[in-house]
Design a protein around this ligand. Structure first.
Ligand code: KG4
Ligand code: ZN
Length: 358
């Protein structure tokens, strides 16, 4: 089964061709990602309108490259998958309508994919992991624990009640005058710093919940920076190290607890924690998660960075899994700015301005 996957929900224009064999294994034939980083860098973040226009300009060429690199024409495909949400609605529309046009013209089934499902299922493509497993999704838009029970069955165990972790890295970088995207810049600065110089809070660590909160930490970071302004490179490194140490401790401890809850719920003796999203690239967080998972008696799976960040292969793979299960969408499938993976999970108090963060 050959599936074309299209991803345009944020600032990556991406397309890929993925093969699924009858025994359920996956193989990536091509995976083309065009980052819009340069289009947005001057603004210190993603500008939705610029992103949508850039997707329109790039997507045809990216799809053509993905097909060419895979060595297949449209006539060889068995289905077309695209992210239908959640994400920046202009971009989602561009990708979804492109997929619909290809599906209509070629008479192919359409798979309208939840972007989070794409992240959630990637470890099955890369590591062949069986259901159920625990997912920690840590990106610029999401910070959540999800019990991945089966295809289409996702139970949220915890989420951020305000900012996403990647967002907290980006905001900390901005406060410290470091470049965008902030995650890698903060990690580099932190490597030179003293994490103990500034006492920063560990939000929600004392609470017996699997939820996160990062907006108070952001305020503490600002106050720490202001207390020693103007900042020397040493100050920047120390604040970055303090911030990274705080979030690393919180994430690792919550992961240990989440694995305990997941094991009690499922009865799986040695559960797997899958980490996905751009923040999974952070080495300090990765090392702490490795220790936490080992202490909890579980296994850790981290897909390679280029499959942890946004890409078309994860969308193609989710499409392949859905097509194999007979879960096809109509050409009236809507683009959705917000689309929780677990529809039963109540929005958290204090979450995003327009409702729960997806
Ligand atoms: O998954 P992703 O590429 O895009 C979405 O948000 O969907 O994640 C991007 C986020 C950004 O906030 C970026 O600062 C963060 O991941 N990030 C990192 C690192 N690399 C990327 N955060 C911490 N440490 C890193 N090394
Ligand atoms: Zn993503």
């Amino acid at each position: 089964m050959l599936i074309l996957g299209i991803e345009t929900s944020c600032d990556e224009t991406a397309a890929a061709v993925v093969e699924r064999t009858p025994d359920g294994r996956g193989r990536i034939l091509s995976n083309v990602v065009h980052s819009q980083l340069d289009d947005h860098a001057a603004f210190g973040g993603v500008v939705p309108e610029i992103a949508a226009r850039a997707h329109v300009e790039a997507l045809d060429g990216i799809v053509a490259r993905a097909l060419a690199e895979a060595g297949v024409g449209l006539e060889r495909l068995d289905g077309v998958a695209a992210t239908a949400g959640p994400g920046l609605i202009g971009g989602v529309l561009v990708g979804l309508l492109t997929a619909k046009a290809i599906a209509l013209a070629e008479g192919l089934p359409l798979l309208a994919i939840n972007h989070l499902e794409g992240h959630a299922l990637t470890a099955r493509l890369t590591d062949g992991i069986g259901f159920p497993y625990l997912l920690l999704l840590v990106s610029g838009g999401h910070t959540q624990f999800v019990a991945v029970e089966a295809l289409g069955r996702y139970r949220r165990l915890g989420t951020t009640i305000d900012d996403a972790l990647g967002e907290a890295f980006d905001k900390t970088a901005k406060l410290l005058g470091l470049p965008y995207p902030g995650g890698p810049a903060v990690e580099r600065a932190a490597a030179e710093g003293d994490p103990a110089r500034f006492a920063l809070p560990r939000p929600l660590l004392g609470r017996d919940s699997l939820d996160f909160s990062f907006s108070g930490l952001k305020t503490a970071v600002r106050q720490a920076a202001q207390s020693v302004a103007p900042l020397t490179p040493r100050d920047v490194a120390d604040v970055a190290a303090g911030f990274q140490a705080a979030v690393t401790e919180v994430v690792a401890e919550k992961a240990r607890r989440a694995l305990k809850v997941f094991r009690a719920d499922t009865g799986v003796p040695e559960p797997t924690l899958v980490v996905a999203g751009g923040v999974a690239a952070n080495r300090a967080i990765g090392a702490a998660l490795r220790d936490a998972v080992a202490a909890a008696g579980g296994r850790l799976a981290v897909p390679p960075p280029r499959l942890c960040t946004d890409n078309g292969a994860m969308i193609a793979w989710a499409g392949a899994e859905r097509l194999a299960a007979g879960l096809v969408d109509g050409l009236d499938a809507p683009a959705r700015a917000r689309w929780p993976l677990d529809p039963g999970a109540a929005p958290k108090l204090g979450s995003g301005q327009h409702g729960a963060k997806a």
